[in-house]
Design a protein around this ligand. Sequence first.
Ligand SMILES: Nc1ncnc2c1ncn2[C@@H]1O[C@H](COP(=O)(O)OP(=O)(O)OP(=O)(O)O)[C@@H](O)[C@H]1O
Ligand SMILES: [Mg+2]
Length: 247
Amino acid sequence: MTERPILEVSGLCVSYGRIEAVRGVDIHVGAGEFVGVIGSNGAGKTSTLRAISGVVKPAAGAVNFDSSDVTGQPSHRMVARGLAMVPEGRMVFSDQSVRDNLVLGAYTRIKTDPRGVDEDIEKTIAMFPRLGERIDQSAGTLSGGEQQMLAIARGLLSRPRLLVIDELSLGLAPKILDMLFPVLIDLNRKGLSILLVEQMASYALSVTHRTYVMENGRVLLEGKSSDLAHDERVLDAYLGRRSHARG
Ligand SMILES: Nc1ncnc2c1ncn2[C@@H]1O[C@H](COP(=O)(O)OP(=O)(O)OP(=O)(O)O)[C@@H](O)[C@H]1O
Ligand SMILES: [Mg+2]
C-alpha cells in the first residue's frame, strides 16, 4: 500500500429532490488499499458510491480520481479512467449469456483496444470456475452467488485500478461469501484498490484495511478495521457485540 490516494472524495453531498442522502462526506482510498464502508439502511452508502462512479451528480463536493478532478463525470468515462462499479443487486443482463455479460464489461476497452479481452475472460474464469462451466448459459439462470461472481468478473473486464462494490453479501449464503471474499483479498494483494460497501460489518471489518462508518448521510467513524472491530460503538451498533475480525 502506498500513501498516494487513488480516490479522494471531499465534502460530498447527494440529494434526491428535498432528500439530502449524503451530507458532506470525506472518503479516501490509497493506491492498493482495501477500504470498507458500513452503516445502517438508508445511511447514504449507495448514494455515495453512485456519486463516485458517476451514476448521479453530486449536489456539492469533489471527487478526485488518480489525481484528476472527475466530479460529475458520467459513469462510462469513469470506467474508461479505471473505476469499475459492481452495483447493489448485481444488475447482470439476464437474457444474455455469461460470456456476453463479460464482453460487455470490456466495452470501453474494446472501443479503443480490443486486444487481451479473450485472455482476460480466461483469467476471470480461472478465478471463478463456476462461470466457466456456465459460460454459454444465460445469466438469468445463474444462482445469486454466481450472478455476484459474474458482476465482479464483468467489472474486472474493464481492467480497473479501483473496484467499487455495493453490498457484496446481499442475499448470499455464508458458504458463497467464504468463496467470494478470498478472491477480493487476492485481487487486492495483486494491487487492485477496492472500496467495498457492506452491511455485514463483521465480514467488512475482517477483510479491509480501513473502514468508514456512515450514518444519516455522514461519516460517523473512521479507522483501521482491526481497531474498529473492537470499538465499543461499532460492537454495539453493528456487530451485536460479536466480532469475527482478525486482531
Ligand atoms: N432514487 C432515490 N430517490 C429518492 N430518495 C432516495 C433515492 N435513493 C436513495 N434515496 C434515499 O436516500 C437515503 C440514502 O439512501 P442510500 O440508498 O444511499 O442508503 P444506503 O446506505 O445504501 O442504504 P441500504 O443499506 O438500504 O442500501 C435514504 O433515505 C433513501 O431513502
Ligand atoms: Mg445501499
